[in-house]
Design a protein around this ligand. Structure first.
Ligand SMILES: [Zn+2]
Length: 457
């Protein structure tokens, strides 16, 4: 049993060493193989190794087919090896130019290379492995052809030798020839959003150019943003200041717009509460004070520096209430604190004088007195104080049936006779004083408070 286990599969180069490996019976270990080349030249070969394997190395000077017989006793095996001076180069076909996308009913040029093909060799260009499109010929190592399709769809394009053994393939998208009009849309728009909360709106802008400008508009008049088309999409951020339903449009032209309706929700009901008087004093409001049927609200500042910080504790604020109380009772000689409510920088609201009793705060005292604790001739009240004032005034206006806090109505004053004032007015509107701070109540945001409260009545 003499067998070859490894020999050259293709041509070998002249003047280059190559090996033939094989096995013999282990019983033949130590025996010498006989080699016969081209049935003529006989020579001793290598010895069979103890494990039965053997290896013969050859090297030929000249090209030609060599017949190599290996013999051992009566057994032999033959290998034919083609010896060449140069190895043939592999033929190769490639695409070098082909559109990835082609409109139906339009043509495109397809080009490629044909390495190691003879000049004038005919090739086959076909689609979907079935339909012959053209028979380009090889010119200077290249081929080219024109292709076109009637129908849209994805196509496999092949270039191959006529015998089909050498080939290359690629794919092309054939798309509908009819141009489509631009079209805008919203992507997952929110149905409802909260007032004063940033909202991100996004959408698709089909068949628009990169950087094309769009307009985002509310209620057919208010421009919210001018988003640009990026990668076939648009996005914009906006926020809404008033509750209610909004018609939102994304507009590319008068002939292309998309619409949605978003419900803008009012902020959740204020969670604020008034901290009752017994938190800071055991003294009740004297029962013998005249009763009050509130007709309006007058806003003040305490005009006392040293107010608690925004982060102040309730204990610090209770102590501060006693400071204000002490000034009014022991300084002014009143029987109780003059204001009905005091709003601390933290936004906490403290009950002052019982709202069932007339106060001591604007000389007329036909309404409720609310004071921001601190001096606001230059500094502005905290955002917490502002929000608490809106919430407190809203509750009080609803409680006492005030329907409108912005329109001026004839109002008695201490120093200016009868004046037209809104139902939420400033101390200085009725008395010659700087309270509650700057001219027009800017530092205590008086006008904003009136408007915000009015929107909730
Ligand atoms: Zn005042």
């Amino acid at each position: 049993m003499l067998q070859v286990t490894q020999a050259p599969r293709g041509p070998v180069l002249a003047q280059q060493r190559f090996s033939i490996l094989g096995v013999a019976s282990i019983a033949d270990a130590g025996k010498t193989l006989l080699l016969v080349v081209d049935d003529q030249f006989r020579t001793d070969g290598p010895i069979v190794k103890p494990n039965g394997t053997w290896q013969v190395d050859f090297l030929f000077q000249a090209a030609g087919n060599r017949r190599l017989r290996i013999e051992l006793g009566n057994d032999n095996t033959t290998v034919v090896v083609q010896v060449v001076t140069t190895l043939p180069q592999a033929q190769q076909l490639r695409f070098t130019q082909i559109p990835t996308r082609l409109l139906a009913l339009q043509s495109a040029t397809v080009e490629g290379t044909a390495s190691n093909f003879a000049e004038g060799t005919q090739l086959i260009l076909r689609s979907d492995r079935r339909f012959e499109l053209a028979r380009p010929t090889v010119l200077a190592g290249k081929w080219r052809s024109t292709i076109g399709f009637n129908q849209a769809g994805r196509r496999v394009i092949e270039i191959l030798s006529t015998d089909g053994t050498i080939r290359a393939e690629t794919e092309i998208d054939v798309v509908e020839a009819k141009p489509r009009p631009p079209r805008l849309s919203f992507t997952n728009p929110p149905q409802r959003v909260k007032v004063e909360t940033v909202v991100r709106l996004t959408g698709v802008a089909e068949n628009y150019g990169e950087d094309d400008q769009l307009v985002l508009r509310a209620d057919q008049k208010l421009e919210l943003a001018r988003p640009k088309v990026v990668d076939g999409k648009w996005q914009a951020q906006t926020l809404f200041r008033q509750p209610g339903n909004r018609l939102i449009e994304i507009i590319g032209s008068e002939q292309d717009r998309a619409q949605i309706i978003i419900e803008v929700q009012a902020p959740p009901a204020a969670t604020f509460r008034v901290l009752s008087r017994n938190i800071w004093t055991n003294n009740p409001t004297p029962a013998d004070l005249p009763n009050l049927a509130p007709k309006r609200i007058t806003m003040h500042h305490t005009a006392l520096s040293g107010q608690p910080a925004i982060s102040g504790t309730q204990a610090q604020e209770a102590a501060r209430m006693r400071v204000v109380y002490n000034g009014h009772v022991n300084g002014n000689g009143w029987t109780d604190i003059g204001y009905h409510f005091i709003i601390m920088p933290s936004g906490r609201v403290y009950e002052g004088r019982s709202e069932r009793k007339r106060g001591s705060h604007d000389l007329v005292n036909d309404g409720l007195g609310i004071a921001f604790d601190g001096v606001y001739s230059a500094n502005t009240i905290s955002q917490q104080q502002y929000q608490a004032a809106v919430a407190l005034c809203t509750v009080l206006c609803k409680r006492y049936g005030f329907k409108n806090t912005v329109t001026p109505v004839p109002t008695p004053t201490a120093d200016f006779g009868t004046r037209n004032l809104p139902l939420i007015c400033g101390h200085r509107d009725r008395v010659a004083t700087a309270c509650p701070g700057s001219e027009g109540g800017r530092t205590v945001r008086l006008s904003e408070i009136r408007t915000a409260v009015n929107a909730q009545l």
